[in-house]
Design a protein around this ligand. Structure first.
Ligand SMILES: [Zn+2]
Length: 475
Protein backbone atom coordinates (compact mmCIF):
# COMPACT_ATOMS: atom_id res chain seq x y z
CA UNK A 1 0.00 0.00 0.00
CA UNK A 2 1.24 3.44 -0.91
CA UNK A 3 0.17 6.60 0.86
CA UNK A 4 0.18 10.02 -0.77
CA UNK A 5 -0.47 13.29 1.01
CA UNK A 6 -2.13 16.10 -0.85
CA UNK A 7 -2.81 19.55 0.68
CA UNK A 8 -5.79 20.13 -1.60
CA UNK A 9 -8.13 18.03 -3.64
CA UNK A 10 -6.55 17.10 -6.95
CA UNK A 11 -8.57 17.80 -10.08
CA UNK A 12 -8.72 14.21 -11.14
CA UNK A 13 -9.30 11.22 -8.93
CA UNK A 14 -10.57 7.67 -9.33
CA UNK A 15 -12.80 7.74 -6.30
CA UNK A 16 -13.15 10.52 -3.80
CA UNK A 17 -14.52 9.63 -0.38
CA UNK A 18 -16.39 12.48 1.32
CA UNK A 19 -17.41 11.89 4.93
CA UNK A 20 -20.53 13.35 6.54
CA UNK A 21 -21.61 13.34 10.15
CA UNK A 22 -25.21 12.36 10.75
CA UNK A 23 -27.65 15.26 10.82
CA UNK A 24 -28.34 18.34 8.67
CA UNK A 25 -25.86 18.20 5.82
CA UNK A 26 -24.49 21.25 4.06
CA UNK A 27 -23.36 20.69 0.50
CA UNK A 28 -21.97 24.19 0.29
CA UNK A 29 -18.51 23.25 1.55
CA UNK A 30 -18.06 21.03 -1.47
CA UNK A 31 -19.33 23.61 -3.92
CA UNK A 32 -16.92 22.47 -6.65
CA UNK A 33 -18.84 19.20 -6.75
CA UNK A 34 -22.50 18.82 -7.57
CA UNK A 35 -23.68 17.05 -4.48
CA UNK A 36 -26.82 18.89 -3.45
CA UNK A 37 -29.29 16.58 -5.18
CA UNK A 38 -27.63 13.42 -3.84
CA UNK A 39 -27.44 14.80 -0.33
CA UNK A 40 -31.20 15.23 -0.14
CA UNK A 41 -31.62 11.57 0.78
CA UNK A 42 -28.35 11.08 2.60
CA UNK A 43 -28.62 10.87 6.38
CA UNK A 44 -24.98 10.33 7.37
CA UNK A 45 -25.69 7.21 9.46
CA UNK A 46 -22.55 5.23 10.30
CA UNK A 47 -21.62 3.01 7.36
CA UNK A 48 -24.18 4.55 4.97
CA UNK A 49 -22.64 5.12 1.55
CA UNK A 50 -23.83 6.46 -1.76
CA UNK A 51 -21.82 6.36 -4.95
CA UNK A 52 -22.21 9.24 -7.43
CA UNK A 53 -20.67 9.82 -10.82
CA UNK A 54 -19.32 13.21 -11.82
CA UNK A 55 -18.26 12.74 -15.40
CA UNK A 56 -15.78 9.88 -15.34
CA UNK A 57 -15.04 10.41 -11.67
CA UNK A 58 -16.62 8.70 -8.72
CA UNK A 59 -17.61 10.36 -5.48
CA UNK A 60 -18.54 8.24 -2.50
CA UNK A 61 -20.62 9.88 0.20
CA UNK A 62 -19.78 8.18 3.48
CA UNK A 63 -21.85 8.37 6.66
CA UNK A 64 -19.96 8.54 9.95
CA UNK A 65 -22.82 8.60 12.45
CA UNK A 66 -23.40 11.22 15.12
CA UNK A 67 -20.47 13.54 15.68
CA UNK A 68 -21.02 13.82 19.43
CA UNK A 69 -20.97 10.02 19.75
CA UNK A 70 -18.03 9.49 17.42
CA UNK A 71 -15.39 6.98 18.48
CA UNK A 72 -12.24 5.61 16.87
CA UNK A 73 -14.06 2.31 16.37
CA UNK A 74 -17.01 4.07 14.66
CA UNK A 75 -14.55 5.54 12.14
CA UNK A 76 -12.89 2.16 11.53
CA UNK A 77 -16.32 0.77 10.71
CA UNK A 78 -17.44 3.70 8.57
CA UNK A 79 -14.30 3.78 6.41
CA UNK A 80 -14.42 0.00 5.96
CA UNK A 81 -17.51 0.68 3.78
CA UNK A 82 -15.37 2.84 1.48
CA UNK A 83 -12.93 -0.02 0.85
CA UNK A 84 -15.73 -2.50 0.16
CA UNK A 85 -17.22 -0.08 -2.36
CA UNK A 86 -13.87 0.57 -4.07
CA UNK A 87 -13.19 -3.16 -4.24
CA UNK A 88 -16.59 -3.87 -5.79
CA UNK A 89 -15.81 -1.29 -8.51
CA UNK A 90 -12.27 -2.69 -9.04
CA UNK A 91 -10.69 0.59 -7.99
CA UNK A 92 -7.09 0.55 -6.79
CA UNK A 93 -6.67 4.18 -5.77
CA UNK A 94 -8.94 6.24 -3.56
CA UNK A 95 -8.67 9.80 -2.28
CA UNK A 96 -9.93 10.39 1.23
CA UNK A 97 -11.26 13.54 2.80
CA UNK A 98 -11.23 13.81 6.58
CA UNK A 99 -14.15 14.71 8.78
CA UNK A 100 -14.02 17.92 10.76
CA UNK A 101 -13.39 17.01 14.38
CA UNK A 102 -11.29 17.83 17.42
CA UNK A 103 -9.70 14.45 18.10
CA UNK A 104 -7.89 14.45 14.76
CA UNK A 105 -4.95 12.24 15.85
CA UNK A 106 -7.05 9.41 17.26
CA UNK A 107 -9.53 9.67 14.44
CA UNK A 108 -6.77 9.50 11.83
CA UNK A 109 -5.77 6.18 13.45
CA UNK A 110 -9.35 4.87 13.25
CA UNK A 111 -9.73 5.92 9.63
CA UNK A 112 -6.44 4.42 8.46
CA UNK A 113 -6.94 1.21 10.44
CA UNK A 114 -10.48 0.85 9.09
CA UNK A 115 -9.18 1.20 5.53
CA UNK A 116 -6.19 -1.11 5.93
CA UNK A 117 -7.89 -3.83 7.96
CA UNK A 118 -10.67 -4.07 5.35
CA UNK A 119 -8.21 -4.16 2.46
CA UNK A 120 -7.58 -7.89 2.76
CA UNK A 121 -8.72 -11.00 0.98
CA UNK A 122 -8.02 -14.69 1.23
CA UNK A 123 -9.48 -17.25 -1.14
CA UNK A 124 -8.85 -20.62 -2.70
CA UNK A 125 -11.37 -19.85 -5.47
CA UNK A 126 -10.21 -20.63 -8.97
CA UNK A 127 -12.94 -20.41 -11.62
CA UNK A 128 -14.77 -17.38 -10.30
CA UNK A 129 -11.55 -15.39 -10.10
CA UNK A 130 -11.18 -15.60 -13.88
CA UNK A 131 -14.40 -13.63 -14.39
CA UNK A 132 -14.43 -11.70 -11.15
CA UNK A 133 -10.87 -11.03 -9.96
CA UNK A 134 -10.38 -9.62 -6.47
CA UNK A 135 -9.04 -6.06 -6.58
CA UNK A 136 -7.55 -4.49 -3.49
CA UNK A 137 -6.50 -0.91 -2.91
CA UNK A 138 -2.91 -0.11 -3.80
CA UNK A 139 -2.84 3.60 -3.07
CA UNK A 140 -4.61 5.97 -0.70
CA UNK A 141 -4.30 9.72 -1.07
CA UNK A 142 -4.96 11.59 2.15
CA UNK A 143 -6.34 14.99 1.25
CA UNK A 144 -5.68 17.89 3.61
CA UNK A 145 -3.36 15.86 5.87
CA UNK A 146 0.26 16.75 6.44
CA UNK A 147 2.74 13.98 5.67
CA UNK A 148 3.26 11.85 8.74
CA UNK A 149 5.18 8.63 9.42
CA UNK A 150 2.31 7.61 11.67
CA UNK A 151 0.42 6.03 8.78
CA UNK A 152 3.46 3.84 7.93
CA UNK A 153 3.45 2.65 11.53
CA UNK A 154 -0.22 1.70 11.25
CA UNK A 155 0.52 -0.05 7.97
CA UNK A 156 3.23 -2.13 9.69
CA UNK A 157 0.82 -3.11 12.45
CA UNK A 158 -1.97 -4.05 10.05
CA UNK A 159 0.53 -6.05 7.97
CA UNK A 160 1.08 -8.02 11.19
CA UNK A 161 -2.68 -8.61 11.42
CA UNK A 162 -2.76 -9.81 7.80
CA UNK A 163 0.22 -12.11 8.47
CA UNK A 164 -1.87 -13.79 11.19
CA UNK A 165 -5.03 -13.91 9.06
CA UNK A 166 -3.10 -15.67 6.27
CA UNK A 167 -1.77 -18.34 8.63
CA UNK A 168 -5.16 -18.93 10.23
CA UNK A 169 -7.12 -18.99 6.94
CA UNK A 170 -4.70 -21.42 5.27
CA UNK A 171 -5.35 -25.15 4.96
CA UNK A 172 -4.59 -27.11 8.10
CA UNK A 173 -2.28 -29.44 6.18
CA UNK A 174 -0.04 -26.53 5.17
CA UNK A 175 0.20 -24.81 8.49
CA UNK A 176 3.20 -26.40 10.21
CA UNK A 177 5.37 -25.90 7.13
CA UNK A 178 4.13 -22.31 6.80
CA UNK A 179 4.85 -21.62 10.46
CA UNK A 180 8.38 -22.97 10.28
CA UNK A 181 9.12 -20.99 7.14
CA UNK A 182 7.63 -17.80 8.58
CA UNK A 183 9.46 -18.18 11.89
CA UNK A 184 12.81 -18.63 10.17
CA UNK A 185 12.31 -15.47 8.11
CA UNK A 186 10.48 -13.38 10.65
CA UNK A 187 12.89 -10.44 10.90
CA UNK A 188 16.69 -10.00 10.84
CA UNK A 189 16.61 -8.93 14.51
CA UNK A 190 14.54 -11.91 15.63
CA UNK A 191 16.32 -15.05 16.82
CA UNK A 192 14.46 -18.24 15.97
CA UNK A 193 14.91 -21.61 17.67
CA UNK A 194 12.90 -24.68 16.75
CA UNK A 195 12.65 -27.75 18.95
CA UNK A 196 11.73 -30.67 16.71
CA UNK A 197 10.27 -33.99 17.82
CA UNK A 198 13.63 -35.44 18.90
CA UNK A 199 14.41 -32.40 20.99
CA UNK A 200 10.92 -32.39 22.49
CA UNK A 201 11.43 -36.05 23.44
CA UNK A 202 14.83 -35.32 24.93
CA UNK A 203 13.36 -32.34 26.81
CA UNK A 204 10.45 -34.45 28.11
CA UNK A 205 7.63 -32.31 26.76
CA UNK A 206 5.25 -35.14 27.66
CA UNK A 207 1.98 -33.30 27.06
CA UNK A 208 2.85 -31.89 23.62
CA UNK A 209 4.06 -35.35 22.63
CA UNK A 210 0.88 -37.00 23.97
CA UNK A 211 -1.39 -34.76 21.89
CA UNK A 212 0.80 -35.36 18.84
CA UNK A 213 0.81 -39.16 19.07
CA UNK A 214 -1.67 -39.90 16.29
CA UNK A 215 -0.57 -37.21 13.87
CA UNK A 216 1.45 -37.97 10.76
CA UNK A 217 3.11 -34.57 11.21
CA UNK A 218 5.80 -34.07 13.83
CA UNK A 219 5.28 -31.58 16.67
CA UNK A 220 7.47 -28.51 16.99
CA UNK A 221 8.06 -25.87 19.61
CA UNK A 222 8.93 -22.65 17.81
CA UNK A 223 10.64 -19.92 19.80
CA UNK A 224 11.18 -16.43 18.37
CA UNK A 225 12.92 -13.73 20.42
CA UNK A 226 13.33 -10.03 19.83
CA UNK A 227 15.60 -8.08 22.17
CA UNK A 228 14.73 -4.44 21.62
CA UNK A 229 15.96 -3.34 25.03
CA UNK A 230 19.15 -5.31 25.78
CA UNK A 231 19.94 -3.30 28.94
CA UNK A 232 16.66 -4.26 30.57
CA UNK A 233 15.99 -7.55 32.35
CA UNK A 234 12.30 -7.30 31.54
CA UNK A 235 11.30 -10.20 29.35
CA UNK A 236 7.71 -10.60 28.21
CA UNK A 237 6.95 -14.14 27.05
CA UNK A 238 3.96 -14.73 24.80
CA UNK A 239 2.68 -18.27 24.38
CA UNK A 240 0.15 -19.22 21.69
CA UNK A 241 -1.89 -22.36 21.28
CA UNK A 242 -0.75 -23.96 18.03
CA UNK A 243 -3.09 -26.88 17.39
CA UNK A 244 -2.99 -26.84 13.60
CA UNK A 245 -6.07 -29.02 13.41
CA UNK A 246 -8.29 -30.24 16.22
CA UNK A 247 -10.44 -33.30 15.62
CA UNK A 248 -10.93 -33.67 19.37
CA UNK A 249 -8.92 -36.91 19.28
CA UNK A 250 -10.71 -39.98 20.69
CA UNK A 251 -13.20 -37.55 22.28
CA UNK A 252 -14.08 -36.85 18.66
CA UNK A 253 -15.85 -33.62 17.77
CA UNK A 254 -19.06 -33.75 15.73
CA UNK A 255 -18.84 -32.40 12.15
CA UNK A 256 -20.30 -29.01 13.06
CA UNK A 257 -17.76 -28.55 15.82
CA UNK A 258 -14.81 -29.63 13.67
CA UNK A 259 -15.41 -27.65 10.51
CA UNK A 260 -13.74 -24.50 11.80
CA UNK A 261 -10.91 -26.27 13.60
CA UNK A 262 -8.13 -25.19 11.26
CA UNK A 263 -8.32 -21.98 13.30
CA UNK A 264 -7.12 -23.69 16.45
CA UNK A 265 -3.62 -22.30 16.00
CA UNK A 266 -4.72 -18.67 15.95
CA UNK A 267 -3.03 -18.05 19.29
CA UNK A 268 0.37 -19.13 18.03
CA UNK A 269 -0.03 -17.16 14.79
CA UNK A 270 -0.93 -14.09 16.84
CA UNK A 271 2.09 -14.25 19.16
CA UNK A 272 4.37 -14.82 16.18
CA UNK A 273 2.79 -11.86 14.39
CA UNK A 274 3.21 -9.68 17.47
CA UNK A 275 6.95 -10.40 17.74
CA UNK A 276 7.45 -9.86 14.01
CA UNK A 277 5.69 -6.51 14.19
CA UNK A 278 7.46 -5.45 17.40
CA UNK A 279 10.77 -6.02 15.59
CA UNK A 280 9.62 -4.15 12.50
CA UNK A 281 8.55 -1.19 14.62
CA UNK A 282 11.82 -1.37 16.57
CA UNK A 283 9.95 -1.33 19.90
CA UNK A 284 12.13 -0.96 22.97
CA UNK A 285 11.03 -4.20 24.53
CA UNK A 286 12.32 -7.74 25.07
CA UNK A 287 9.76 -10.24 23.92
CA UNK A 288 9.71 -13.93 23.07
CA UNK A 289 6.90 -15.91 21.47
CA UNK A 290 6.49 -19.64 21.96
CA UNK A 291 4.37 -21.61 19.53
CA UNK A 292 3.79 -25.27 20.43
CA UNK A 293 2.62 -26.78 17.15
CA UNK A 294 0.83 -30.07 16.64
CA UNK A 295 -2.35 -31.54 15.25
CA UNK A 296 -4.84 -33.28 17.52
CA UNK A 297 -5.81 -36.25 15.35
CA UNK A 298 -7.54 -39.55 15.83
CA UNK A 299 -5.88 -42.86 15.07
CA UNK A 300 -4.40 -46.04 16.48
CA UNK A 301 -1.72 -44.12 18.34
CA UNK A 302 -4.09 -41.53 19.85
CA UNK A 303 -3.45 -40.54 23.43
CA UNK A 304 -6.05 -42.21 25.58
CA UNK A 305 -8.70 -41.27 28.09
CA UNK A 306 -7.79 -42.63 31.50
CA UNK A 307 -4.07 -42.70 30.78
CA UNK A 308 -1.65 -40.44 32.62
CA UNK A 309 1.05 -38.37 30.96
CA UNK A 310 3.95 -36.55 32.58
CA UNK A 311 4.29 -32.87 31.70
CA UNK A 312 7.50 -30.90 31.13
CA UNK A 313 7.06 -29.50 34.65
CA UNK A 314 6.95 -33.00 36.14
CA UNK A 315 3.28 -32.72 37.12
CA UNK A 316 1.27 -35.72 35.92
CA UNK A 317 -2.02 -35.29 34.10
CA UNK A 318 -4.83 -37.86 33.77
CA UNK A 319 -6.61 -37.44 30.48
CA UNK A 320 -10.40 -37.44 30.80
CA UNK A 321 -11.09 -35.51 27.59
CA UNK A 322 -8.74 -35.63 24.59
CA UNK A 323 -10.52 -32.57 23.17
CA UNK A 324 -9.11 -30.50 26.05
CA UNK A 325 -5.73 -30.65 24.32
CA UNK A 326 -4.96 -26.94 24.00
CA UNK A 327 -4.29 -26.59 27.70
CA UNK A 328 -1.90 -29.55 27.49
CA UNK A 329 0.35 -28.10 24.80
CA UNK A 330 0.20 -24.69 26.47
CA UNK A 331 1.04 -26.18 29.87
CA UNK A 332 4.31 -27.60 28.54
CA UNK A 333 5.20 -24.37 26.76
CA UNK A 334 4.38 -22.23 29.82
CA UNK A 335 6.40 -24.52 32.11
CA UNK A 336 9.32 -24.35 29.66
CA UNK A 337 9.11 -20.53 29.68
CA UNK A 338 9.22 -20.49 33.48
CA UNK A 339 12.13 -22.95 33.53
CA UNK A 340 14.33 -21.54 30.77
CA UNK A 341 13.36 -18.01 29.73
CA UNK A 342 13.37 -16.03 32.99
CA UNK A 343 10.11 -14.26 32.09
CA UNK A 344 8.96 -11.08 33.83
CA UNK A 345 5.47 -12.07 32.75
CA UNK A 346 3.76 -14.66 30.56
CA UNK A 347 0.74 -13.95 28.38
CA UNK A 348 -0.87 -16.85 26.58
CA UNK A 349 -3.40 -16.57 23.76
CA UNK A 350 -5.54 -19.53 22.79
CA UNK A 351 -8.71 -20.53 21.02
CA UNK A 352 -9.21 -22.58 24.13
CA UNK A 353 -12.84 -23.15 25.10
CA UNK A 354 -16.30 -23.21 23.59
CA UNK A 355 -17.35 -22.18 27.09
CA UNK A 356 -15.73 -18.78 26.53
CA UNK A 357 -17.82 -18.30 23.38
CA UNK A 358 -20.97 -19.30 25.28
CA UNK A 359 -20.13 -16.73 27.96
CA UNK A 360 -18.93 -13.82 25.80
CA UNK A 361 -19.90 -14.50 22.17
CA UNK A 362 -17.82 -13.88 19.06
CA UNK A 363 -16.88 -10.28 19.81
CA UNK A 364 -15.19 -10.58 23.18
CA UNK A 365 -12.16 -12.52 24.42
CA UNK A 366 -11.90 -13.77 28.01
CA UNK A 367 -9.08 -12.97 30.43
CA UNK A 368 -7.91 -15.05 33.37
CA UNK A 369 -4.98 -13.55 35.23
CA UNK A 370 -3.06 -14.04 38.48
CA UNK A 371 -1.69 -10.49 38.63
CA UNK A 372 -3.64 -7.24 39.06
CA UNK A 373 -1.15 -4.96 37.30
CA UNK A 374 -0.83 -7.26 34.31
CA UNK A 375 -4.62 -7.63 34.05
CA UNK A 376 -5.09 -3.86 34.23
CA UNK A 377 -2.45 -3.25 31.53
CA UNK A 378 -4.06 -5.76 29.17
CA UNK A 379 -7.53 -4.31 29.72
CA UNK A 380 -6.14 -0.83 29.00
CA UNK A 381 -4.50 -2.08 25.80
CA UNK A 382 -7.81 -3.66 24.80
CA UNK A 383 -9.60 -0.35 25.30
CA UNK A 384 -7.07 1.42 23.10
CA UNK A 385 -7.47 -0.99 20.18
CA UNK A 386 -11.17 -1.87 20.61
CA UNK A 387 -10.31 -5.57 20.66
CA UNK A 388 -12.77 -6.39 23.41
CA UNK A 389 -11.57 -8.26 26.48
CA UNK A 390 -13.47 -9.23 29.62
CA UNK A 391 -11.81 -10.46 32.78
CA UNK A 392 -13.20 -13.54 34.49
CA UNK A 393 -12.87 -14.01 38.25
CA UNK A 394 -9.87 -16.14 39.24
CA UNK A 395 -11.87 -18.38 41.55
CA UNK A 396 -9.20 -20.81 42.69
CA UNK A 397 -11.66 -23.15 44.42
CA UNK A 398 -12.73 -24.40 41.00
CA UNK A 399 -9.32 -26.02 40.73
CA UNK A 400 -10.62 -28.72 43.10
CA UNK A 401 -12.61 -30.09 40.16
CA UNK A 402 -9.33 -31.10 38.50
CA UNK A 403 -8.45 -33.53 41.31
CA UNK A 404 -7.52 -36.98 40.05
CA UNK A 405 -7.25 -40.28 41.91
CA UNK A 406 -4.04 -41.27 40.19
CA UNK A 407 -2.38 -38.08 38.91
CA UNK A 408 -1.67 -34.52 40.03
CA UNK A 409 -4.45 -33.16 37.82
CA UNK A 410 -7.12 -34.20 35.38
CA UNK A 411 -7.18 -32.20 32.14
CA UNK A 412 -10.90 -31.44 32.10
CA UNK A 413 -13.54 -30.77 34.72
CA UNK A 414 -16.97 -30.51 33.16
CA UNK A 415 -18.91 -27.74 31.48
CA UNK A 416 -19.64 -25.23 34.22
CA UNK A 417 -17.31 -22.21 34.25
CA UNK A 418 -15.28 -23.97 31.56
CA UNK A 419 -13.41 -20.85 30.45
CA UNK A 420 -12.31 -19.97 34.00
CA UNK A 421 -11.34 -23.54 34.83
CA UNK A 422 -9.22 -23.90 31.68
CA UNK A 423 -7.35 -20.80 32.84
CA UNK A 424 -6.89 -22.22 36.33
CA UNK A 425 -5.41 -25.38 34.83
CA UNK A 426 -2.83 -23.30 32.95
CA UNK A 427 -2.09 -21.23 36.04
CA UNK A 428 -0.78 -24.39 37.69
CA UNK A 429 2.13 -24.36 35.23
CA UNK A 430 3.03 -20.66 35.52
CA UNK A 431 4.41 -20.95 39.06
CA UNK A 432 4.90 -17.53 40.68
CA UNK A 433 5.33 -15.65 37.41
CA UNK A 434 2.74 -12.94 36.63
CA UNK A 435 0.63 -14.69 34.03
CA UNK A 436 -2.39 -13.89 31.89
CA UNK A 437 -4.47 -16.16 29.70
CA UNK A 438 -6.55 -14.70 26.87
CA UNK A 439 -9.17 -17.05 25.44
CA UNK A 440 -9.73 -15.92 21.84
CA UNK A 441 -12.06 -18.77 20.82
CA UNK A 442 -14.78 -16.19 19.97
CA UNK A 443 -13.11 -13.29 18.16
CA UNK A 444 -10.19 -15.07 16.41
CA UNK A 445 -12.32 -16.70 13.72
CA UNK A 446 -15.80 -15.46 12.97
CA UNK A 447 -18.53 -17.13 10.93
CA UNK A 448 -19.36 -14.08 8.78
CA UNK A 449 -17.52 -10.95 7.61
CA UNK A 450 -18.23 -7.99 9.86
CA UNK A 451 -17.08 -4.42 9.29
CA UNK A 452 -13.31 -4.53 8.74
CA UNK A 453 -13.06 -8.27 9.41
CA UNK A 454 -13.53 -9.41 5.83
CA UNK A 455 -12.65 -13.08 6.21
CA UNK A 456 -13.08 -15.65 8.93
CA UNK A 457 -9.67 -15.10 10.51
CA UNK A 458 -9.64 -11.67 12.15
CA UNK A 459 -6.10 -11.38 13.53
CA UNK A 460 -7.62 -10.45 16.90
CA UNK A 461 -4.97 -9.71 19.49
CA UNK A 462 -2.09 -8.49 17.33
CA UNK A 463 -2.94 -4.82 17.83
CA UNK A 464 -3.75 -5.42 21.50
CA UNK A 465 -0.41 -7.15 22.15
CA UNK A 466 1.53 -4.41 20.36
CA UNK A 467 -0.28 -1.76 22.35
CA UNK A 468 0.63 -3.67 25.51
CA UNK A 469 4.26 -4.17 24.46
CA UNK A 470 4.65 -0.51 23.54
CA UNK A 471 3.12 0.69 26.81
CA UNK A 472 5.05 -1.78 28.98
CA UNK A 473 8.44 -1.93 27.32
CA UNK A 474 11.39 0.20 28.37
CA UNK A 475 11.04 3.97 28.47
ZN1 LIG B 1 -9.86 -29.50 21.41
Amino acid sequence: MKFAFSPNLEKSFEMLVIPFWEGPIAAAEYSSLELSAALKDFTGKNGESSLLYQGSQRVLLLGLGKKEKATVEALRRAYSSAVRCASSKKIKHISILFPTCKQSGEFLQGIIEGLLLTNYSFTYKHDSLKTNPIVLLEKITLVGVQKTDYVERLLTIVDGVHFVRDLVNSNADDKIEMFLKAAKNLHPKVKTTVLDKKKLEAGKFGLILAVNRSSSLDPHLVQVSYKGDPKSKEHIVLVGKGVTYDTGGLSLKPTDGMVSMKCDMAGSATVLGAVKTAAELGLKVNVTALAPLTENCIGSKSYKLGDVYRSYSGKTVEINNTDAEGRLVLADAIAYAVDKLDPSCIIDLATLTGACVVALGDDIAGLVCNDEILAESLLEASECTDELLCRFPTHNEYLDDFKSDIADLKNSSGREAGAIKAGLFLQEFAGQVPWAHIDIAGPAYVPKPKFYNTTKATGYGVRLLLEYLEANGGA
